[in-house]
Design a protein around this ligand. Structure first.
Ligand code: HSE
Length: 422
């Protein structure tokens, strides 16, 4: 059987898909009795023609040439972003094509409509590459765990930020220096803000929320905080306290609500996630009846991502049906009410009575201190006071810290990092 494909977008992933398809064509035909032919490739950047020429594939700058080509069965959308990608996916489905996409931003904001249209048109949308690059997580959750209820999910879903935190920890360098190094590696999104501010993880968490709980959460309703405020100081103090800092995406089912959030998190140094290095991703699922599961693999980069794109192309070519779930009416927990333990770093003057002032405010907000350390000694200067709290309510912690920051003995905004006991 021969299936014809049109690829739109020749960035890192697009080029890697063409190369990997060529490299794995014999393997695919042996395993699946299938021949995949790239009938055409498209990129609005004319200079990308050199990639097409290298593989002797017809090139166009117009997506419509591929979408309207009656020979093409599957459109692979790899341009990323929302506007034009949305138009391409909708037009392709309307034209009766199957679609494969790696576009998490698009699915997080328009997934509901795209899947409804695909269902109406009896076409498939493959999106394995949208979450955790090479890890076959989407198929594992939707098919492998079809009879399982997911109770909780914790994920390191962004390779770029994991690489930055890993570099800061191992090389003792600051955030900007680590960011500059990973930007050269080609993992970061075109706009690195998406990675750094936790938005890319948020997009992936929304897709997983749909797969695990049948809920497409409104993006604005899910709390997302990135790593740009994590300083080397925090990484070193966390290490002293036997923790590591990771950017986690969290989803927990709580009776009739789900707790969804993305933020930097202190994890026990012994936890397997703490060893997730460079651009690797890791996902932990707590399910019934499958129990606890851990997925680990390359989470960014063109070549690893191409594996998931090819997997979707082959599944669609073999007429496998994706399992879409019905939406469920579950509301989201209000972040202000979530209770956790916290790490706090407060930059205060080293004078008698300062700690008393801080602890008075904490007690007003019902925040109980588990440990406190003053990291340096200098009676003329501001010094870091590092605290770990017992479980406290998010809103109380925010209010207490904002009040503490108004004290004249405080130098700069205090840091808080949430702690998860996985
Ligand atoms: N920028 C993403 C990451 C790449 O760093 O994980 C794949 O989604």
């Amino acid at each position: 059987m021969i299936k014809k494909i049109g690829i739109i977008g020749l960035g890192n992933v697009g080029e890697a898909v063409i190369r990997s398809l060529k490299d794995s064509s014999r393997l695919i035909s042996r395993k699946a009795s299938l021949r995949l032919e790239v009938k055409g490739v498209c990129d609005v950047r004319k200079d990308k023609k050199r990639i097409a020429s290298k593989y002797r594939i017809p090139f166009t700058t117009k997506p419509s040439s591929l979408i309207n080509d009656p020979d093409i069965d599957i459109i692979v959308e790899l341009i990323g972003g929302i506007g034009p990608a949305h138009n391409i996916v909708i037009a392709a489905l309307k034209k009766g094509k199957h679609v494969v996409t790696a576009n998490k931003a698009l699915l997080a904001s328009h997934g509901k409509d795209i899947f409804s249209l695909a269902q109406a048109k009896k076409r498939e949308v493959g999106f394995e590459a949208s979450v955790c690059a090479a890890i076959p997580l989407i198929k594992s959750i939707s098919k492998g765990l079809v009879g399982c209820e997911v109770k909780a999910l914790y994920g390191i879903l962004n390779g770029t930020t994991n690489y930055i935190l890993d570099k800061m920890t191992k090389e003792r360098i600051d955030f900007n220096c680590a960011l500059a190094q990973v930007q050269n590696k080609g993992f970061a999104e075109k706009n690195p803000t998406l990675d750094i501010e936790g938005i890319d993880s948020l997009h992936k968490l929304c897709i997983l929320s749909y797969l695990c709980f049948g809920v497409w959460p409104p993006l604005k309703k899910v709390y997302a905080e990135g790593i740009s405020r994590i300083s080397l100081l925090d990484i070193l103090y966390a290490q002293e306290l036997n923790y590591r800092i990771k950017l986690l995406a969290i989803a927990k089912k709580q009776r009739d609500k789900i707790d969804l959030r993305v933020h930097p998190t202190l994890l026990a140094a012994e936890h397997l996630f703490s060893d997730t290095s460079s651009a690797y991703n890791a996902v932990y699922l707590n399910t019934y009846p499958a129990g606890e599961l851990l997925f680990y693999g390359e989470g960014a980069g063109g070549v690893p991502t191409s594996s998931s794109v090819i997997s979707d192309i082959v599944s669609i070519a073999l007429n496998e049906k994706g399992l879409l779930r019905k939406e469920e009416k579950v509301s989201l927990c209000d972040m202000r009410d979530v209770k956790m333990r916290y790490y706090m770093r407060i930059m205060a003057l080293d004078r008698p009575g300062v700690l008393a002032k801080i602890s008075k405010i904490l007690s007003t907000y019902n925040i109980s201190i588990a440990s406190v350390t003053q990291k340096e000694r200098d009676i003329h200067k501001f010094v870091p006071i590092v605290m770990i709290t017992h479980e406290a309510r998010e809103d109380d912690v925010c209010k207490a810290l904002s009040q503490i920051d108004k004290l004249s003995v405080i130098k700069s905004p205090s840091q808080k990092i949430r702690i998860e006991d996985l």
